[in-house]
Design a protein around this ligand. Structure first.
Ligand code: 16G
Ligand code: ZN
Length: 542
């Protein structure tokens, strides 16, 4: 088909698109145009990167089933570099204007990038999608965009979690060209790291059963596959719930990480028992939160969110670094956003004596800070997005130390091996619910912690997260990692004046990157005060 015929088949006019915090994300019915233009952008990206594989994930994560979206993944599993986001936005909006506009924009982009549109260089693309009903249709539009070029190779993995796509994109670019890469490599890689840790610590059983709420999404099939492939030690202590991937209308419905974090309550189809551990994935399994119930008569719910996961990993990794006698040589830091509970930040800084950075919301910002500032950078958003990243210096020092074991104690060698295994067990490309889950289980086993003990290190300050619909959210411009507003003028001073009236009070307002709304976060010493602070700040927005 000609460019014009392909365009006519997949594009429609009138919508406005923006490549946001996590790619394009909207109601599925308006996404065909974007899929088509993104197919082209992905090919351009691969050609620009000398034919490396570039990844595309079709997902709308925790959003409702009728939404969908698309994001581009760099050859080694990072998110699309930021200076290409406007290119993706520009081409999508040109496609939504007219064929003439689309064609001329495409030519001008190609010219700027110095790419010959008629090139016979090979472009390599790797695609996957979550379990949404609109996925196959949108994939077809994406492939139509890719087919505009004459020499393309598309590896289609079908259904994957977002982190699996990131991981396999990296593997495809790391293996010899032409080697077969398949999904099973994901499971065997992470399970083998977990098994090696279990062996190193002589683990014989897990101290709890872990039930995984899979949000009725793509993570269900994948978690079940992981359990099937695991050795009995892990296998007998894990099970899944909300695994109805075949009923797309149930995706994220009364379940999943977002539901649990927002409602601070158990998901549907989960009958909690004291002493056991539970976790929830989101719709594309790049996010996880844990929880448990206490032994009171009402079986009270307790959340172990991204803040708690960061602290668990920070505490363990800092201790291992100490035992490995590498504390002086390698830096450890935690990266959070303004949504991190004030108690968690205080605990990390004051009790653990570990530095904390605060960045803007969105995984790419946290990831960048963690990679550029620390040898071991542990980053988590309170909502459960996150991972820990290890620097090249970390890898070379640990490897060097392990090569000369004669003069080292047994505990030092064990710590070095543990550090190395954790740096592999934790997905280095992106936050990954499955890999984070394995790392948390390993950390709890090694530190011999029950869920209650893990939870007891600090108490969250009572908090409220609400949203307000405003006529134009773009006037809400933030600074200082979104903790302060510079516009509308004068609003921040009013917020500050109210916050000052509440013990341990903190509140900020920021424009959402994914919804047409502004978000209001407030925390204070008591629930009553947090609620009051939140509503007084909300009042200011009216
Ligand atoms: C996206 C981000 C997530 C962030 C959320 C904030 C990624 C993969 N996802 O879902 O990290 O917490 O946006 O949404 O970066 P908001 O801007 O609407 O508050
Ligand atoms: Zn997600």
């Amino acid at each position: 088909m000609s460019l014009q015929e392909l365009y006519n088949k997949h594009c429609s006019q009138g919508n406005k698109y923006s490549y946001g915090t996590s790619g394009f994300r909207m109601h599925n019915s308006v996404l065909d145009t974007v899929m088509f233009s993104t197919g082209i952008v992905v090919v351009l990206r691969s050609l620009y990167l000398k034919s490396q594989y570039v990844g595309v994930m079709i997902t709308a994560s925790h959003n409702p089933p009728q939404d969908n979206g698309v994001k581009i993944v760099e050859p080694h599993g990072e998110m699309l570099v930021q200076d290409w986001e406007p290119i993706a936005t520009q081409l999508a909006n040109a496609a939504a204007t007219s064929f003439q506009e689309f064609e001329s924009t495409l030519h001008s982009i190609a010219k700027k990038l110095d790419i010959d549109l008629a090139t016979d260089e090979r472009a390599n693309v790797v695609v996957a999608r979550d379990s949404r009903e609109s996925g196959p249709r949108l994939l077809a539009a994406l492939k139509a965009g890719i087919s505009v070029f004459s020499n393309t190779n598309v590896v289609d993995f079908g259904l994957l979690t977002t982190p699996q796509l990131h991981f396999l994109t990296h593997i495809l670019n790391s293996e010899e060209p032409g080697s077969a890469v398949d999904e099973s490599q994901y499971y065997s890689y992470f399970l083998s790291k977990w098994d090696q840790l279990a062996e190193l610590y002589h683990l014989e059983s897990l101290p709890f059963h872990l039930t995984i709420d899979c949000a009725n999404g793509v993570g269900a099939e994948k978690a079940q596959r992981l359990i099937q492939l695991a050795k009995p030690l892990l296998q007998k202590s894990l099970s899944t719930t909300n695994g109805q991937t075949d009923k797309p209308e149930l995706l994220n419905e009364s379940c999943g990480a977002d539901f649990v974090k927002t409602n601070q309550f158990f998901p549907a189809n989960c009958t909690p028992e004291p002493g056991q551990l539970y976790c929830s994935f989101d719709g594309d399994a790049d996010r996880v939160v844990f929880y448990y119930c206490d032994s009171s008569a009402e079986k009270k719910f307790h959340l172990l969110d991204g803040d708690k996961i960061a602290i668990l990993l920070a505490k363990l990794l800092a201790k291992l670094l100490q035992d490995a006698q590498l504390t002086a040589a390698l830096s450890v830091g935690v990266v959070q956003t303004a949504y991190a509970n004030g108690s968690s930040t205080k605990y990390i800084q004051e009790t653990l004596q570990i530095p904390v950075s605060c960045t803007k919301t969105g995984v790419k910002h946290l990831h960048h800070e963690a990679v550029s500032k620390y040898d071991i950078g542990i980053y988590f958003e309170a909502n459960g997005h996150g991972t820990a990243v290890f620097s090249p210096k970390f890898h070379s020092l640990v490897e060097e130390s392990l090569a000369t074991t004669q003069e080292k104690s047994e505990s030092q060698i064990k710590a070095l091996k543990s550090l190395q295994l954790f740096s592999q067990l934790i997905n280095q490309t992106v936050g990954d619910a499955i890999s984070d889950m394995l790392a948390v289980i390993a950390a709890l086993c090694i530190m011999k912690l029950t869920p209650e003990q893990w939870d007891s290190w600090y108490q969250d300050l009572p908090n409220r997260l609400t949203k307000a619909i405003v006529p134009d959210r773009s006037v809400f411009v933030s600074t200082n990692a979104e903790r302060q507003l510079v516009s509308p003028e004068g609003l921040q001073a009013k917020i500050d004046a109210i916050v000052a009236q509440y013990p341990q009070g903190r509140s900020f307002v920021r424009a959402s990157g994914t919804e047409d709304a502004v978000r209001i976060y407030a925390e204070a010493d008591t629930t009553e005060n947090a609620v009051e602070l939140s509503s007084r700040v909300a009042e200011l927005l009216k």
